[in-house]
Design a protein around this ligand. Structure first.
Ligand code: DX5
Ligand code: ZN
Length: 220
């Protein structure tokens, strides 16, 4: 069985109590904290930046996975690395120089990855597989939590799984958007190993019950 990871998205957490929220969700079994950065330019919403990453960093030991939904990309990468990010991903069509952005992330000591929107083609992978630690497939259009899973994402996950396996490299395959207890197994069968879930976890009072139920689905 792959090493499955649950990555709660704090987009749906209570921002007035963020330190407590991240501590609670890690205590409930989260493997990673997923940190959604939106700029009201690349996506039509505005969220949180490096200062908030720095503020939550001392509260948890698990990796912080920064999902950049921003354009331009490069300027903000060093700030997130300094703020304690462990993983930084960006959307390739938002970067003028994808290879350079990936290298910049790695040079700052973080794991680097590309994010694919539902309609973004996978050809961006063609010449950079050796610089990737993670590939993130969006199963909603980025910008908001609480949207419905787009089923076509399963075919895309399967296509990326083939490419990762063919590469022989250890690259995480993350899925983000509309993941719930009911569909996490389908995403795993398609080849995902890391599962972002925002509203499904933070929308319920008992985070551990949801994460345990997700792991139960993955164990079948
Ligand atoms: C969407 C974000 C997601 C989002 C997931 O743009 O990248 O991480 O918070 O939220 P849910 O799980 O509610 O779809
Ligand atoms: Zn995200």
């Amino acid at each position: 069985m792959p090493n499955y990871r649950i990555a709660p998205s704090i987009l749906s957490a209570d921002f007035a109590r963020l330190g407590e929220e991240v501590r609670n969700v890690v205590a409930a079994g989260a493997d990673i904290i997923h940190f959604d950065v939106m700029d009201n330019h690349y996506v039509p919403n505005l969220t949180i930046g490096p200062m908030v990453c720095e503020a939550i960093r001392p509260h948890v030991q698990v990796p912080i996975d920064v999902h950049l939904m921003v354009k331009p990309v490069d300027r903000i990468i060093p700030d997130f690395a300094k703020a304690g990010a462990n993983i930084i991903t960006f959307h390739p069509e938002a970067s003028e120089h994808v290879d350079r952005s990936l290298q910049l992330i790695r040079d700052h000591g973080c794991k680097a990855g590309l994010v694919f929107n539902p309609a973004t083609p996978l050809h961006y992978l063609d010449h950079v597989m050796d610089k990737l630690d993670i590939i993130l497939i969006m199963s909603v259009n980025p910008g908001f939590g609480g949207q419905s899973f787009i089923p076509e994402a399963l075919n895309k996950i399967a296509a990326v799984r083939q490419r990762i396996d063919a590469s022989g490299r250890d690259i995480m395959l993350e899925v983000d958007g509309g993941i719930k207890v009911e569909n996490i197994a389908a995403a795993a069968r398609a080849g995902a190993d890391t599962f972002v879930a925002g509203s499904a976890i933070f929308g319920k009072p008992d985070y551990k019950a949801v994460i345990d139920a997700m792991r139960g689905q993955l164990a079948q």
